[in-house]
Design a protein around this ligand. Structure first.
Ligand code: SAM
Length: 327
């Protein structure tokens, strides 16, 4: 079978697919409210996404993650899951969601073949949730987390973007819940995207997060063998059932191990989150491209993948917003 190996010898076997640029939350680190939404016809149909997945699977892609915008804001996501899980070569389909609609859809998604979910949650405080997301739906998210667990979409991982001066005083609460309730929590360094409200907010580094936890809650033991196959490094508090992950796109750049590329909601292959290079696949798809032609476009995108991103404390030098790219 052919495979995708980029110019820096990285094997690409993981595709993140954004199914919509719309979201029911307006997170201050993610959204530039002035950017308009895509028109309905600009968004890839499920059958079109399915075809891209078939081509990618033929090149050795094994894992698919559905994301957005908010993927559950798109109707009948279960139908896409059903299509994608059946593609030969695909081992796992997972979802990244803000959780607001998960209570409603968890059972249906599990039935469709979804393996697991990552849920974004940045605070346990209702007023702060409103400040960060522009919404009062914290209770829905907490219900969504329980629904994911109840329906066996596990391990459920909770992603917290740590925002300096906004929610960094909750690092310990999120760490403690890995012990009290067995949650799996991942702390993510804030990437400053241009024209977002949190752009100039400053950074809490992974090193600082770890120091805060270790100072108050004791040593963090690395989980061995390394759990997960993404960029997070996992640890546990003494005796805790759950894990604590750290993702440091800024201070602990993981580009050398990057195995992924993205498909945007408007049908562009994007080899790197933080680089604007893209290859249009929607046009060829709608002009009847064969699987071989789609494979060629995927290889073309992989060849554009840069060695490393250049995001420092200054804003990401990318034109698109997270919700447009698919985080
Ligand atoms: N709506 C879904 C959600 O909330 O999980 C999926 C899309 S969201 C863009 C995917 C992930 O990207 C979330 O975990 C979110 O917290 C993260 N994210 C968005 N903007 C970010 C930023 N500026 N820095 C770090 N992580 C960010």
């Amino acid at each position: 079978m052919s495979s995708i190996v980029d110019s820096f010898h990285r094997r690409i076997n993981y595709m993140r697919i954004s199914v919509t640029d719309r979201c029911d939350l307006r997170c201050i680190y993610c959204t530039d409210r002035s950017v308009p939404h895509l028109a309905h016809d600009d968004i890839l149909r499920y059958e079109e996404i399915h075809r891209v997945v078939q081509a990618a699977a033929g090149l050795g892609v094994k894992k698919i993650r559905l994301t957005g915008g908010e993927p559950l804001a798109r109707l009948n996501l279960g139908r896409l899951v059903e299509l994608v899980v059946k593609v030969e070569g695909i081992d796992e389909v997972s979802l990244t969601t803000n959780g607001t609609l998960l209570d409603k859809y968890a059972a249906e998604l599990k039935e469709a073949g979804l393996k697991r979910v990552n849920i974004s949650l940045d605070t346990f405080k209702a007023d702060r949730f409103q400040r960060i997301t522009g919404s009062d739906r914290l209770k829905d998210v907490l219900r969504g987390i329980e629904a994911a667990k109840k329906n066996g979409l596990e391990p459920v991982k909770i992603n917290m973007v740590v925002l300096k001066g906004i929610n960094d005083d909750e690092i310990l609460d999120f760490a403690r819940i890995t012990d009290s309730d067995g949650w799996h929590v991942r702390f993510i360094e804030h990437m400053p995207f241009a024209n977002t409200e949190a752009e100039g907010n400053g950074l809490v580094s992974v090193g600082e997060m770890m120091a805060i936890i270790q100072e108050s809650l004791g040593g963090l033991t690395p989980c061995l063998p390394k759990s997960g196959n993404g960029p997070a490094k996992y640890y546990q508090l003494p005796g805790a059932e759950g894990t604590i992950g750290f993702i440091g796109p800024i201070t602990e750049c993981f580009c050398a191990e990057c195995n992924r590329f993205r498909l945007t909601a408007d049908g562009r292959l994007r080899p790197c989150l933080l680089d604007d290079d893209e290859v249009d696949i929607k046009g060829p798809l709608r002009n009847g491209a064969s699987i071989e032609e789609l494979e060629r476009l995927i290889q073309e995108a992989a060849a554009l993948k840069r060695e490393q991103h250049h995001l420092g404390e200054k804003s990401a030098p990318v034109k698109r917003q997270m919700r447009q790219i698919g985080g």
